[in-house]
Design a protein around this ligand. Structure first.
Ligand SMILES: [Zn+2]
Length: 447
């Protein structure tokens, strides 16, 4: 036990083997042992005793739109990583779009990394983008350390990030599979969306908006994606699943051995279409928040493993773009700071434990992107932690949010689970709302 410089104690430490009273020994930012709570403390080690507060592995959020540079007025690395840290998240992977430039070539990746480097309060990695015209850039981006490639099958919402048609999807998927990469897909079928939009109408009613983003658009896109992944032998990941109708398809594909994984988001698990007030476009995202009955099935799929993980899809804009017309308002929900309490509040009501939440929001997401040093409290991993008071409640006050535009679908909700402090590689980066200077690192995919 040489050189242990920090020992963290809690009566409830979430480890891969379950919850136990333990002391976690840290050396140079890495966990070196998880021992009994009353184990002897090495000389010179500092002790932090959290009592009955829970020690969770720091969350790994693999779906975040930071938008910096280019649309930093929507969100930036400074504010996004502070919001994340305040919410117990210690690693985020940034989506390739909504920043200018988008992350679609190595030069552009370097531009984004340079912007993020000085502002990152937590560790930050990057996804690349797969566009119709950048197939030649995919391999170099992979070699430069992106964790995989995002594509859309329908319009993305910003004009510089074009969707792939079926032919282009096959080409990009084949290219990415050729070097063992991961393709992550916004799966809504453009033809189904066009048909629903033509028949539907805009305006402030949520039901009208929901009618323009029907489940069938997700189901059709996912069915096609699975068929293509099976044919090519590719690894694909379905982003932000909302339609529970697609679950049997996904479960069958997994049983068959198709390389498909699936995520869903806190807003699909904790908010329902029935509760969205007219004109409340802070609830707008695509695919949309659906009915309570749909949500029940998403929870079942999380419990049985059909859905692998939970990520925020934090995708803010300036407040003025969140107009009362659902058809034209910006689609995106800000979730970084509240994702852990929101999911925990709903999970415990359904009989799940914090072990489950840690698996969905840390272990599985770390595994998705191959971050072996993240995602669990065990020897050899980074000393990244969230300290949570699981029974304390709070009412969401937008003024207390750290993200740049304090628009939230959770305003006024009472949630369980207060993040007391967050630790990154053995350093406390936020405690009761007080932040240290940015200590995050830029992460790259390792082979
Ligand atoms: Zn997204």
């Amino acid at each position: 036990m040489a050189d242990v410089d920090l020992v963290l104690r809690s009566t409830r430490v979430i480890t891969p083997e379950g919850t136990r009273a333990a002391s976690v020994a840290v050396s140079g930012g890495t966990i070196v042992a998880v021992r009994d709570i009353d184990a002897a403390v090495p000389t010179h080690a500092r002790v932090e005793d959290f009592g009955d507060d829970v020690l969770l592995p720091g969350l790994v959020d693999t779906h975040v739109h930071v938008n910096d540079p280019g649309r930093a007025e929507w969100e930036g690395f400074w504010t996004a990583t502070r919001a994340a840290a305040a919410g117990g998240i210690t690693t985020l992977v940034d989506m390739p779009l909504n920043s200018l430039p988008p992350t679609t070539s190595v030069d552009r990746l370097r531009t984004k990394q340079a912007v993020a480097a000085a502002k990152a309060h937590i560790d930050v990695g990057f996804w690349g983008g797969a566009l119709p015209d950048n197939v030649k850039d995919l391999r170099p981006l992979h070699d430069a350390g992106v964790f995989g490639f995002k594509c859309f099958l329908s319009p993305s919402g910003v004009e510089e990030f074009h969707e792939l048609n079926q032919e282009q999807l096959a080409v990009s998927m084949g290219e990415i599979a050729g070097f063992g990469g991961l393709l992550i897909v916004h799966a809504e079928d453009p033809h189904e969306l066009a048909a629903a939009s033509a028949a539907g109408k805009g305006g402030p009613r949520y039901a009208d908006f929901l009618g323009t983003r029907p489940r069938v658009s997700e189901n059709t896109a996912i069915e096609g994606l699975i068929a293509l992944a099976r044919r090519i032998g590719a690894r694909v990941h379905v982003l932000h699943l909302s339609s529970s109708d697609a679950l049997p398809l996904i479960a069958a594909a997994k049983r068959e051995g198709v390389g498909v994984t699936v995520e869903t988001c806190p807003h699909y698990l904790t908010l329902t279409a029935e509760e969205v007030p007219d004109g409340a476009s802070e609830f707008k995202c695509c695919p949309p928040i659906r009915e309570a009955a749909n949500q029940d099935l998403l929870w079942q799929a999380l419990a049985d493993g059909t859905i692998d993980c939970v990520v925020t899809d934090h995708s803010p804009s300036t407040a003025d773009l969140k107009t009362a017309d659902f058809a034209t308002a910006w689609g995106g929900i800000s979730g970084l700071q509240l994702s852990l309490p929101a999911v925990w509040t709903a999970a415990r009501a359904r009989g799940h434990g914090l072990e489950d939440v840690a698996r969905w929001m840390s272990t599985r997401t770390a595994r998705l992107v191959g971050l072996e040093q993240k995602g669990a409290i065990e020897a050899g991993r980074d000393a990244d932690f969230a300290v949570l008071a699981p029974d304390e409640t709070f009412t969401v006050d937008p003024a207390r949010l750290q993200h740049r535009n304090r628009v939230t679908a959770y305003a006024g909700k009472t949630l369980s689970g207060v993040v007391k402090s967050t630790w990154l590689r053995g350093q406390r980066i936020v405690s009761d709302g007080e932040f240290t200077a940015p200590a995050g690192r830029l992460l790259e995919r390792k082979n």
